[in-house]
Design a protein around this ligand. Structure first.
Ligand code: URA
Length: 220
């Protein structure tokens, strides 16, 4: 008999008041396409800002016009690799660059089919080599069923094992987090909200709708 593996996922809900404000704007069905995209951009920027707290800092000394004092800088900002999941993560990642200016970036298109299997079709993937001291951030605004992110993480894993693996989403569900965490128990999940459920199409409820469509328009 196989032992039952229980995983307690490492989830951080980023709860800054500005995050709440932008998330509320993004959720609001009356928000225009442009305003929605800006809100996702700002959420990417704020999440990256908060994430920087988890990196080490390096002390230094600095001379001001009036004397010497202690200073410092973030260590490891050049080790960040962002994986952008097309297309909804485009504004999200654009915001992240404000605080991860040196990030290397992989791009992957992952199309999720329908319930109940939610098959994932990957038609494009350009992922950089991952080194053992890298911090990989997989960015997708909606962590719904977890099928897309699991497939993306598996493909990233083929390029090397990073020091840290983090999933950034605007909204997640515990169903999706648990699904991914089972395969990647050391992974960290950063999100602005954990919503209660999914509908029969795998959309997050209440969520914010289709993040790609709301940023870029609905394809015919
Ligand atoms: N993708 C979205 O854009 N929204 C959801 O709610 C789920 C997946």
């Amino acid at each position: 008999m196989h032992p039952v593996v229980r995983v307690k996922p490492r989830v951080t809900v980023v709860s800054h008041p500005m995050v709440l404000e932008q998330l509320t704007l993004a959720r609001d069905k009356r928000t225009s396409q442009v305003a929605f995209r800006k809100a996702i951009y700002r959420l990417g920027r704020l999440m990256a800002y908060e994430f920087l707290r988890t990196l080490e800092t390096e002390e230094s000394e600095v001379e001001t016009p009036l004397g010497l004092t202690r200073g410092g800088k973030v260590k490891g900002n050049d080790k960040i690799v962002i994986i952008l999941v097309l297309r909804a993560a485009i504004p999200f990642v654009e915001g992240m660059y404000k605080n991860f200016p040196m990030a290397r970036t992989g791009v992957i298109s992952a199309w999720r089919g329908g319930a109940p299997d939610f098959p994932i079709e990957v038609t494009y993937a350009k992922i950089p080599q991952i080194k053992k001291d890298d911090v990989v951030v997989i960015a997708d605004p909606m962590l719904a069923t977890g099928h897309t992110l699991l497939e993306v993480a598996r493909r990233v894993g083929k390029q090397g094992k990073p020091k840290r693996l983090a999933f950034f989403s605007v909204i997640a569900t515990m169903t999706g987090i648990n699904y991914v965490a089972k395969a990647f128990p050391r992974a960290e999940f950063y999100t602005c909200a954990v919503d209660p459920g999914l509908d029969e199409h795998g959309y997050i409820v209440p969520g914010l709708g289709d993040a790609g469509d709301r940023s870029f328009g609905t394809p015919r």
